[in-house]
Design a protein around this ligand. Structure first.
Ligand code: ATP
Ligand code: MG
Ligand code: MG
Length: 553
């Protein structure tokens, strides 16, 4: 490998491989808590953990960090597995931290027996007060020096369910004077009489994150435990437990979490948006969840490419969502068929007066100029076609190359036409354009000698399929909602969804419904995907992304 192109985690891994640490073994894990759907930030972590193992011939576990019975659910477990697979990764083992509850409980007894943990009857407020502030040492709890036997007895009775929630906790006896607040006798077990989605009512005490995560890493012999920066201050505690319990020494390495502009990346906040109906669900195409952007039309490859490009940093930063869209456009430009759709509540009808009534031609139009192997498709043409209302101007400015009275354009893949007459209703609204076509100008066999500057898309009126099109925009109207003082729900973009009627080519609906193609480029309009809300009568399309960044300055 070229040394310069390694990120700092790859560098650590290569150093470990070079020194033969862990017998040259690389084993990572992706450890989601099943309390929500995965988002793009998780995708970064997934690509990092699985990517590292792939690159160095290692393995990756999928471990559900399910130690908080109140917030977790199997619906989330299923969605997480689905999303990881969709991203293109397969795990070595599927594990659950809850499967280690017995072992973790034994670890706790070991600490008690070593005089390194004690049962504390203090309230949560008292414990917080004892911890003090970072600039002055904390005060020891009055229970700190309980004898080992008493601690063991009380802890067993906690486990047996003798006490109500909050009556007692188990704390590690580390250092109440440490400048690192995490080391000031952290709580490692709490009482919670709650039903767990996997262990049912077996337990009424549950380990805290700090006494479950590293322990699970050790049990699975994880070599490199990658987590986000906020856990950096937890690392000394992570290592203290390894040392005192004499368990497998996994190495915790922190990296910057992904933050994206114009969205939030916290499951708690995303969950609120779902619960309060600001979006239609976890898979609403405006959501930064993997389920949401999948439905929006994002591809796994574009997400992996994005993760690659943003790389791994040691400082938190905010990534422009435009980069994610760029990765997507790059791929869709290469892979999608160009099709025609007129996105207009009131499309403009164009009648070709010198084209016989009832005549019909099949035009053969190339699917993708970027990819000749994508072939051509049949597009029906007839006397009446719809065009976009804004492709016609009655009083055009200079250099307007689309249609205007007396002007000529090419109908994509068909003929050159001339606008002869504008028909208006009583209110003065244009309802129809009467045009004539140049018979010798058929695309592919044009002998007319006429040069026109503009080409516009169209859909034959009798063949058009009416569709609903959902135009999505940013979910939030400020660049960094997470850093804003205002309530994040007040920062939602009121125009994040616009629903319009469209008329589309029949072939595209068939291709989408049969699954022959999933993503499309609607010529001059953007990239679109068929939505699951489609019915037999009415297809629904989501706009994945516009052709160009409409927000670029
Ligand atoms: P959230 O704050 O959104 O609830 P979390 O960290 O609590 O996220 P977990 O389910 O615990 O969610 O995360 C699983 C893994 O994904 C962890 O290793 C975590 O560090 C990583 N992860 C979560 N959010 C991001 C992010 N924005 N960028 C990179 N990695 C992330
Ligand atoms: Mg977490
Ligand atoms: Mg969380």
């Amino acid at each position: 490998h070229a040394g310069g192109s390694l990120n700092f985690i790859e560098q650590i891994v290569e150093d470990d491989l070079a020194t033969g640490k862990n017998g040259g073994r690389i084993h990572t894990r992706f450890p989601p808590e099943p309390n929500g759907y995965l988002h793009v930030g998780h995708a970064k972590s997934i690509c990092l953990n699985f990517g590292l193992a792939d690159k160095y011939g290692g393995q990756t576990n999928l471990r559900f960090d399910d130690t908080n019975p109140v917030t977790e659910d199997t619906e989330y477990v299923d969605s997480i597995k689905n999303d990881v697979r969709w991203l293109g990764f397969e795990w070595e083992n599927e594990f659950y931290a809850s499967d280690y509850f017995d072992q973790i409980y034994q670890f706790a007894e070991t600490l008690i027996q070593k005089g390194l943990a004690y049962v504390d009857d203090s309230t949560a407020e008292e414990i917080a007060a004892q911890k003090g502030t970072p600039t002055e040492p904390g005060r020891p709890s009055q229970y700190r020096d309980r004898p080992v036997d008493e601690n063991l007895d009380l802890f067993r009775r906690m486990k047996a369910g003798e006490y109500p929630d909050g009556a007692k906790v188990l704390r590690a006896k580390v250092d109440m004077a440490s400048p690192n607040m995490q080391l000031r006798d952290p709580i490692i077990y709490r009482i919670k009489h709650a039903h767990h989605h996997r262990t049912g009512d077996t337990w009424c005490i549950y380990p805290m994150y700090d006494f479950a995560h590293g322990q699970s890493d050790a049990i699975e012999h994880i070599t490199h435990s990658l987590c986000t920066l906020e856990f950096e201050v937890h690392r000394p505690l992570y290592e203290w437990f390894i040392d005192k319990l004499e368990i497998f020494p996994s190495r915790q390495i922190e990296f910057a979490r992904l933050n994206l502009t114009y969205t939030v990346m916290s499951k708690r906040k995303l969950k609120l948006l779902v619960e309060e109906g600001h979006v239609t669900g976890w898979d609403d195409p405006r959501m930064p969840t993997i389920a949401g952007i999948r439905r929006r039309g994002y591809t796994p490859a574009s997400l992996r490419e994005f993760a690659d490009r943003i790389g791994i940093a040691k400082r938190d930063n905010l990534i422009d969502v435009g980069l994610l869209e760029f990765c997507l456009r790059e791929e869709l430009n290469k892979t999608t068929h160009r099709v025609m759709a007129v996105l207009d509540e009131k499309p403009l009808k164009l009648v070709i007066t010198n084209y016989e009534v009832g005549r019909e031609e099949i035009m053969s139009i190339e699917n993708n100029p970027e990819d000749p192997s994508a072939g051509e498709r049949n597009v029906p043409f007839s006397r009446e076609v719809y065009i976009e209302r804004d492709d016609f101007l009655e009083n055009p400015p200079k250099k307007f190359f689309r249609l205007f009275p007396g002007g000529m354009v090419r109908l994509k893949g068909a003929y050159i036409i001339k606008c002869d007459e504008v028909v208006k209703d009583n209110a003065g609204e244009i309802i129809e354009l009467r045009c004539s076509y140049i018979p010798e100008s058929r695309s592919g066999s044009d002998t007319s000698g006429i040069n026109v500057k503009g080409t516009i898309h169209w859909v034959s009126v009798p063949h058009a399929v009416e569709a609903e099109v959902r135009l999505y925009d940013r979910l939030f109207s400020v660049e960094n909602p997470a850093a804003d003082e205002r309530d994040f729900k007040d920062l939602l973009n009121p125009n994040s969804l616009e629903v319009v009627r469209a008329f589309v080519e029949p072939a595209l609906v068939d291709a989408a419904r049969s699954g022959a193609q999933t993503n499309f480029q609607f010529m001059r309009k953007g990239y679109f995907i068929l939505d699951q809300d489609s019915t037999a009568e009415r297809p629904v399309f989501n706009r994945t992304v516009t052709l160009k960044d409409a927000w670029a300055k």
